[in-house]
Design a protein around this ligand. Structure first.
Ligand SMILES: Nc1ncnc2c1ncn2[C@@H]1O[C@H](COP(=O)(O)OP(=O)(O)OP(=O)(O)O)[C@@H](O)[C@H]1O
Ligand SMILES: [Mg+2]
Length: 627
């Protein structure tokens, strides 16, 4: 471990006692063993002698800083004599020391995890999910506003609409994927108070960016709770929040009874209603009040030609002036944005390179397309010859070219599988889950270990640097979201998800294989040290005792803490992997599972799994009967 890591991990941590452990091993007679060639692995040696300066610095760091900062509970000291070669397991004393160290380390880590879990449960109860949800959307909004440029025309129109308290209908902003809707909605949310006055209450949800904003019931429930909190009104009871019809009635009645005024108006911003799941017929848009009381304004954004949402809206809200289309960027605006992005990176392009980017942008003047070709252009050197270079002429083509570039750079198998697993996740995957999945994927492991043997005998995992490198190259197109109390990564733009589906799942067998592996993973088939046999074909080697070191996926982590990721993901992958028997046995007709899911999540989520199962597999011998 380097000094800098100690600085960041222990000394810079606000609460080192909760997350750091220190094991100090002192070899009592190392001074007289410096002639042993292995001694340099255990202490600093310079010209055959102890390097006193290094020793002094190290002991100051240990004694005066680290040991002082950590409580005694987190420090363990071991004193052992030198043995042949340094640490030697065949030496009885050393064997004892290593066993003690392993046991102590295991119990210490368990203690910290238990403590942290208790703390999380307590914090959750204290903060409530509403606080986290609101914060998530605020962060998201701020992030989107940072690189924003131009768009004065459409912002002006939205501002005029919001300020016009004589108009009661909601406003609908629509435009194709990647046209800049979310960015505009974020700027609107940020500007609402400046436009309407300091007393304005602005509630925003960037739908689909968090599990709670992915279904219409949970979104409206969370908005109702936020409104009640802000206006100091009684929150709805749990049974209202859980029952969709009652909840929508409550929401409409709530906004009709709010103490709003021209100095305390309410603005509700809902971006991407197309991201809502179809549950409760969300896409029919019946939940949206078509007339709002004075001083309450609602603005939503939506993709046209998607789930017929815009058509449904136009039918129930036939006021043409309530609809604003996000226009394509002008070339000047494109130039301005490009300049700002280049400046942000401290880069420039040659005239020829700039011309090429602009000429492609003229063919498809969309922000997302510009972003994609900018990503490519920002890698060019001043001497990069760009004549005849293919940048694609629309978003799907540019994404395909990006995927191909990643495959060339990081390897086709690893890249296609990593992107495939992200695409297959129900709510995205955590980084750990992704690395676990890649480590369980025999094709990936076979490919990764084609030139060298796995470094630790009996252990076979994907070196985590490999995924980190891919992520680094596409980070801006991935979103980090909260799902089931964990941070997951998923595609940020729907077009990436679609492009990845086309690229990697056009063969249904490929799609099933990804889901099948994830379903096994969430069932815990290979967790807890179970070995997964593999033949490394290029090395012509069979490893029968290959522990992939993936997590064991119990249903519950402790008496009260459920494995929410398993509860959410496992049914989804079983449904899509085509294993109808297993789906029936493990989920649909499994009492322990259903009981666990109702307790850990809710009845609604259990019902959603049944609906999804029927949607994907209408041939299943299952019918939902609501009483
Ligand atoms: N006016 C702008 N200034 C700078 N960057 C922008 C602007 N508009 C959009 N972008 C960037 O272009 C990309 C696409 O924009 P955005 O996510 O807002 O589109 P969208 O219409 O919401 O897409 P989707 O339909 O896929 O959700 C993002 O990377 C965004 O940061
Ligand atoms: Mg969007």
């Amino acid at each position: 471990m380097t000094e800098e890591e100690v600085e960041h991990g222990i000394l810079g941590s606000p609460n080192p006692g909760a997350q750091s452990l220190c094991y100090a091993r002192h070899i009592s007679d190392i001074e007289v063993k410096l002639s042993d060639k292995n001694s340099r692995h255990f202490t600093d040696i310079s010209q055959g002698k102890h390097d006193m300066e290094a020793q002094d610095l190290l002991s100051k760091l240990k004694r005066d800083r680290v040991l002082q900062k950590l409580g005694e509970n987190n420090i363990t000291r071991f004193e052992i004599p030198w043995s042949d070669g340094g640490i030697n397991v065949s030496d009885r004393l050393h064997e004892e020391y290593l066993n003690n160290f392993c046991h102590k380390f295991e119990s210490d880590v368990q203690r910290l995890i238990d403590k942290s879990l208790q703390h999380t449960v307590k914090e959750k109860a204290k903060e409530g999910s509403l606080y986290k949800e609101v914060l998530h959307h605020l962060w998201f909004c701020q992030d989107k506003c940072e690189a924003f440029r131009g768009r004065e025309d459409i912002l002006e129109k939205i501002q005029t609409f919001l300020k016009d308290f004589n108009r009661s209908e909601p406003m609908v902003i629509y435009g194709s994927s990647g046209s800049g809707k979310t960015s505009i909605m974020a700027v609107v949310a940020k500007s609402a108070r400046r436009w309407l006055g300091d007393g304005t209450v602005c509630i925003s949800r960037f739908l689909g960016t968090s599990p709670e904003s992915s279904s219409i019931r949970s979104t409206i429930a969370s908005i109702c709770l936020q409104i009640c909190e802000v206006y100091s009104m009684d929150a709805p009871k749990a049974d209202i929040l859980e029952d969709y019809s009652q909840l929508i009635r409550f929401f409409h009645a709530l906004i009709a009874s709010l103490p709003v005024s021209n100095v305390r108006p309410l603005v509700i911003i809902l971006d991407s209603v197309d991201q809502l799941s179809p549950t409760n017929n969300a896409h029919l848009m019946n939940w949206l009040p078509k007339k709002c009381p004075p001083f309450i304004k609602i603005a939503i954004s939506v993709l046209p030609n998607y789930h017929d949402i815009l058509t449904n809206l136009r039918r129930s809200l036939p006021i043409e002036s309530a609809y604003i289309e996000v226009p394509m960027l002008t070339i000047e605006m494109g130039k301005e944005i490009l300049d700002a992005w280049l400046q942000g990176l401290g880069r420039t392009l040659t005239e020829e390179q700039f011309e090429l980017v602009l000429s492609r942008f003229t063919q498809c003047p969309q922000p997302l397309f510009l972003k994609l070709i900018f990503t490519e252009a920002s890698r060019w050197e001043s001497y990069t010859n760009v004549r005849g270079l293919d940048l694609g002429s629309d978003v799907p083509q540019a994404i395909r070219l990006l995927f191909q570039r990643l495959e060339r750079k990081h390897g086709k198998t690893l890249t296609s599988r990593a992107l495939g697993y992200i695409t297959a996740g129900r709510n995205g995957l955590t980084e750990n889950e992704l690395e676990d999945a890649l480590s369980l994927d025999d094709d990936v492991i076979d490919d990764v270990y084609q030139y060298w043997d796995p470094p630790v005998e009996g252990v076979l995992r994907l070196p985590n640097l490999l995924w980190a490198r891919i992520r680094h190259d596409i980070d801006e197109f991935l979103a980090e979201r909260q799902a089931n109390g964990k941070t997951v990564i998923a595609w940020y733009h729907r077009q990436f998800w679609e492009a990845a589906q086309t690229q990697y799942f056009s063969d249904p067998n490929e799609k099933q294989s990804r889901h099948s592996l994830l379903s096994e993973y969430f069932q815990g088939k290979w967790g807890g040290g179970r070995k997964k046999h593999i033949t490394l074909t290029r090395r012509k080697k069979t490893l029968a005792d290959a522990d992939r070191q993936v997590s064991s996926q119990p249903l519950m982590f402790s008496k009260r803490v459920f494995n929410l990721r398993k509860l959410s993901e496992m049914p989804f992958h079983l449904i899509h992997s085509g294993h109808a028997d297993r789906l029936a046995r493990k989920v649909l007709f499994n009492f322990e599972w259903i009981y666990g899911k109702v307790r850990g999540q809710s009845l609604n989520e259990v019902l959603e799994d049944y609906s999804l199962a029927l949607e994907v597999r209408p041939d299943l011998d299952v019918r939902c009967v609501m009483v």
